[in-house]
Design a protein around this ligand. Sequence first.
Ligand SMILES: NC(=O)c1ccc[n+]([C@@H]2O[C@H](COP(=O)([O-])OP(=O)(O)OC[C@H]3O[C@@H](n4cnc5c(N)ncnc54)[C@H](OP(=O)(O)O)[C@@H]3O)[C@@H](O)[C@H]2O)c1
Length: 150
Amino acid sequence: MVEAILATDSFDGLGFKGGLPWEHIPEDMAWFRQNTIGKTMVMGSATFASIGGKLPGRRCVVLTSKINPKADACYGSVEEVLKNEAGPLIVIGGAKTYRAFKDFISRIYFTRIAGIYHADIRFSIEEFGEDWTEVSGQSFSKGSFHIYER
Ligand SMILES: NC(=O)c1ccc[n+]([C@@H]2O[C@H](COP(=O)([O-])OP(=O)(O)OC[C@H]3O[C@@H](n4cnc5c(N)ncnc54)[C@H](OP(=O)(O)O)[C@@H]3O)[C@@H](O)[C@H]2O)c1
């Protein structure tokens, strides 16, 4: 199974100037850690640059046309990732990488951050397509956490 995890604001803001549109949100960072730990995280090279390096307890693979020796592995296509990585795989962004994997994703961990922030990258979860069922939802101080499956 391939999963995705993302957070967007009320106007689908996903990124700003190579980072997140909002300041550090501890509850969302804890949600991210809880749902990625022990998995293989797949990300685009822009997101890998924004993270700055590998995160403990998670294999880190990067979709890119280049080689980045800081990653556990680099691949030039979605097909290469799926062929070579045993998983469990979780796509952690950004927008280009969610779009590239959208047909393979069957569970989404989604944080809706309440409010509208300055953003230069937007992504709507509707881009993942139809036929999703919400299997879990809970509010927190800055928004809400949701899990969707298909
Ligand atoms: N809010 C969130 O949950 C969240 C999550 C993740 C990221 N973000 C934010 O989103 C922004 C980055 O998103 P982004 O869409 O600009 O970039 P991205 O998806 O992180 O990275 C784009 C790069 O990945 C590679 N790539 C993507 N699709 C590919 C494909 N099909 N085949 C081969 N290579 C492919 C290319 O790398 P090369 O150019 O190296 O070839 C491309 O330039 C940042 O602001 C980041 O902070 C937000």
